[in-house]
Design a protein around this ligand. Structure first.
Ligand SMILES: NC(=O)c1ccc[n+]([C@@H]2O[C@H](COP(=O)([O-])OP(=O)(O)OC[C@H]3O[C@@H](n4cnc5c(N)ncnc54)[C@H](OP(=O)(O)O)[C@@H]3O)[C@@H](O)[C@H]2O)c1
Length: 250
């Protein structure tokens, strides 16, 4: 399907692995030029650069820790120099951990908040001068906000915060034609799952697939489908919304 995204400019945080990588590659295939970032050097960086080169377009894969204001400033400056504007910003980089609430250390609570919420705030605020009427900001949320999950109270709190941030900014910037939405994910199959021992992998896939209406986990490319739609003119009247991409999980 032609979503008329050719030539659009995007910034996606955390695009070297998992969901973010799927979003970056799908955007590039749709003709969008993409700046993305990662935190730590890994083989994923080079392999993403190679895949993007094969697809073609004007892309940048940069090291930038989005929890650090100076690194966000440098990242956005590079995007500004390269493109002069941004049609799409995707707050995808995220952190999670599984810790009983009674034992949750403050620094871990703050690390997860810093990556999932403060970083989104830093990126949105810094990119504002590059956004204009028609620009779309998407934050990757989680269905865990509705369900609640033991041992992940800090994580679910961050994803709930993204909904509040996005809904308020939708109202504050709606008059300028800038849209803000959240894409709330169910369970998506990424490299993290594939790193688990085979028996644990199988258990996870079976357990979470059984909770969905479609009977399977999602893929990064299926998340990208919703992001591409939110980047396109087809969604021009959609803002302040939380779009579930979760296979009908409950
Ligand atoms: N996977 C799921 O089932 C699922 C479900 C619900 C919601 N989500 C949300 O979807 C998003 C992506 O999740 P994922 O599972 O794809 O994660 P992932 O596989 O762990 O990948 C995270 C990506 O973000 C980057 N990143 C992490 N912290 C960063 C930082 N401080 N600065 C810059 N880059 C950073 C990582 O880069 P490095 O390689 O350098 O670490 C990596 O590219 C997250 O917001 C997550 O909460 C995922």
């Amino acid at each position: 399907m032609n979503l008329a995204l050719q030539g659009k400019k995007a910034l996606v945080t955390g695009g070297t692995r998992g969901v973010g990588r799927g979003i970056v590659l799908a955007l590039a295939r749709a003709g969008v030029d993409v700046v993305t970032c990662y935190q730590q050097q890994s083989d994923y960086v080079g392999s993403l650069e190679r895949e993007l080169k094969e697809i073609g377009g004007d892309h940048l894969v940069l090291q930038a820790d989005v929890t650090r204001p100076d690194e966000v400033a440098a990242l956005v400056a590079r995007a500004g120099e390269a493109y002069g504007r941004l049609d799409l910003v995707v707050n995808n980089a995220g952190a999670i951990s599984h810790i009983p609430y009674a034992e949750l250390p403050l620094d871990e609570f703050q690390r997860v908040f810093s990556t999932n919420v403060t970083a989104a705030h830093l990126v949105i605020q810094r990119t504002l001068p590059l956004l204009d009427a028609g620009s779309s900001v998407v934050s990757i949320g989680s269905k865990a906000v509705d369900a609640g999950i033991p041992l992940r109270s800090h994580y679910t709190a961050t994803k709930a915060a993204l909904v509040g941030l996005s809904r308020s900014l939708a109202k504050e910037f709606g008059g300028q034609g800038i849209r803000f939405n959240v894409v709330a994910l169910g369970v998506v199959e990424t490299e993290n799952l594939h790193k688990l021992p085979e028996d644990q992998q199988k258990l996870m896939i079976e357990r979470y697939s059984a909770k969905t209406a479609l009977g399977r986990l999602g893929t990064p490319d299926e998340v990208a489908g919703a992001v591409l739609w939110l980047a396109s003119d087809l969604s021009r009247y959609v803002t302040g919304a939380t779009i579930s991409v979760d296979g009908g999980i409950s």
